[in-house]
Design a binder for this molecule. Structure first.
Ligand code: NAD
Length: 520
């Protein structure tokens, strides 16, 4: 991406080096105008019915599917990913999410009735979900349509208006999302897209005082800055940050399935996935045959957007990070187990590469790679595997491969991550009813599923009383002796000693009679 002229920037296709788009770099005034439009329309959008919103989402899903091939080409032109990747992980998952929320949002946000408890009998206690207001959304470039759609469609489904800042590299994907929603009937004011880079447009958005929530997806480093800015105004945030996912392969695994899943999960979109399988832990008993399987599959991979299975690296800066980690590891003694093939072409291609003989001091073991470079490590006991897996500062997702499901669940429970797949990898995001998000430095909060949709709302608790009593026992004036009755009543309710409970009920009754007689 380079400056073309004042306030305009050019996006280049990472697979060809050609220009793929030209956009306006919006400044603080333009961001302010967008937030004001969203704010002005909030009450109108919040008043729409779930049925109206569902109709729009269903239609948007259909429009996206009908024009999938064209939109996929546009996504490829700014990410460098393969058409198959764009169709599966951007377009497919966005169609799925739109249809899912069209069908389930009303149920997910229905008021919930709960017991009112001992002290407050006879009340109807409920809690409900109200839209927060204007949600500021900042999205990354790796899955530019689906990772913009996740928080945007959730925000809109819950009755909020939205201001989205896509990554400048993938501006068009943010605009595609707006295009299909508006074509499907969404009033344009409900969803504003502000274009530009992080330091100008993104910074202006997070500094804006008119946001009721910020949903950020991106690196942990920038996430910390966004969180610090939001803290100044106590603006609630949803943080979807970096990861360094681990796959554990035990001796009970179906090795063919495990190897295929891991090679796909590690190298899809050239490893530029927050949930990429970057660390592969293999039980010693199957280490040698598993390594051979991984090596064979990796060597057969071809990078290249047209003829290959692995697309280009989207950003030159990311290529540098991967090269630095590879150099650091090999200088410190790591061995290249296998490397894929890179087809001829002008693009930013990097061959998928697996390393062995790595040590915890190497950058590739400590830092997120976010590229096609992963490590294979043997382990002797499951405890050791879990310890290595939990050593990372990240905790986004992980996977376990074993045909002994009891063993798989035990390992899954021990992993400090936001999600785990058993005999699969990377797929929790693609199931829109599963809450998605990380722990530790991978973020906080969830979207997707009922819990995820609710996080775009303010929860309001309510009570209703429709009885005939004129007053409650705790209102003024509190009758003399009420403290004794309450003390005995608490014993009756909560003491675990049966004699105390009987004694308490007799004393409570006695005190009550006393109070009533005195009062009469
Ligand atoms: P990034 O942090 O560089 O940028 C993310 C977004 O933040 C972009 O839109 C960028 O323009 C914006 N931004 C940058 N500086 C900003 C600032 N000062 N104020 C406001 N906005 C600013 O991340 P990236 O390179 O786009 O994406 C890669 C990272 O995102 C990786 O670390 C990856 O693991 C992570 N990621 C996480 C998830 C998840 O769901 N947990 C999903 C995808 C990517």
């Amino acid at each position: 991406m380079e400056e073309a002229q004042h306030r305009e920037y050019v996006v280049k296709n990472p697979a060809t080096g050609e220009e793929s788009g030209r956009y306006i770099q919006m400044d603080a005034a333009a961001v302010d105008a967008a937030v004001r439009v969203a704010r002005g329309f909030f009450t109108t959008w919040a008043a729409t019915s779930f049925e109206q919103r569902s109709r729009i989402f269903r239609k948007a899903s259909a429009l996206l599917a009908e024009r999938a091939a064209n939109y996929a080409d546009e996504i490829c032109a700014e990410t460098g990913k393969t058409r198959f990747d764009a169709l599966l992980s951007d377009i497919g998952s966005t169609c799925d999410l739109l249809s899912h929320l069209a069908k389930h949002a009303e149920k997910y946000l229905a008021p919930v009735e709960v017991p009112s408890g001992f002290l407050m009998p006879g009340r109807k206690a409920t809690y409900g979900f109200e839209p927060k207001g204007v949600i500021g959304i900042i999205a990354p470039w790796n899955y530019p349509l689906s990772l913009a759609a996740g928080p945007t469609v959730s925000g809109l489904a819950a009755g909020n208006t939205v201001v989205l800042k896509p990554s400048s590299q993938t501006t068009r994907s943010g605009l595609i999302l707006k295009e299909i929603l508006v074509k499907a009937g969404l009033p344009g004011q409900a969803f504003q897209v502000v274009t530009g880079d992080g330091s100008v447009t993104g910074q202006a958005l997070i500094e804006h005082t008119g946001l009721d929530m910020i949903a950020f997806t991106g690196s942990t480093e920038v996430g910390r800055r966004v969180q610090a800015e939001a803290a100044k105004r106590l603006t609630p945030t949803l943080m979807e940050l970096g990861g360094k996912d681990v796959a554990i392969v035990t001796q009970h695994a179906n090795l063919d399935r495990a190897a295929s899943a891991i090679v796909w999960a590690g190298f899809t979109h050239c490893g530029q996935t927050c949930m990429s399988t970057e660390v592969i832990l293999v039980e010693r008993a199957v280490y040698e045959p598993f390594k051979r399987l991984l090596a064979d599959l990796t060597k057969a991979l071809k990078s290249g957007t047209r003829a290959g299975e692995i697309g280009a690296m989207t950003l030159a800066s990311q290529v540098d990070i991967v090269k630095r980690q590879l150099e650091d590891a090999t200088l410190k003694g790591a061995t290249v187990l296998a490397s894929g093939q890179t087809l001829e072409g002008p693009g930013q291609y990097m061959p998928p590469t697996l390393l062995t003989d790595t040590t915890p001091e190497m950058a590739v073991r400590r830092e997120e790679t976010f590229g096609p470079l992963h490590v294979v490590i043997p382990f002797d006991t499951l405890e050791e595997a879990i310890e290595i897996a939990n050593q990372t500062e990240y905790g986004l997702s992980g996977s376990v491969f074993t045909q002994d499901l009891e063993e798989g669940r035990r390992i899954a429970q021990a992993l400090h991550t936001g999600s785990v797949n058993i005999n699969d990898a990377l797929i929790t995001y693609a199931i829109p009813s599963l809450p998605f998000g990380g722990v530790k430095q991978s973020g906080m909060g969830r979207y997707h599923g009922a819990i995820g949709l609710q996080s775009f709302t303010n929860i309001k608790s309510m009570t209703e009383y429709k009885g005939r009593m004129k007053r409650e026992f705790y209102w003024y004036p509190v009758r003399p002796g009420s403290d004794r009755i309450l003390a005995h009543a608490l014993k009756v309710m909560y003491s675990r000693n049966v004699f105390r409970r009987i004694w308490g009920s007799l004393r409570a009754l006695g005190s009550l009679v006393g109070v009533v007689l005195k009062g009469s």
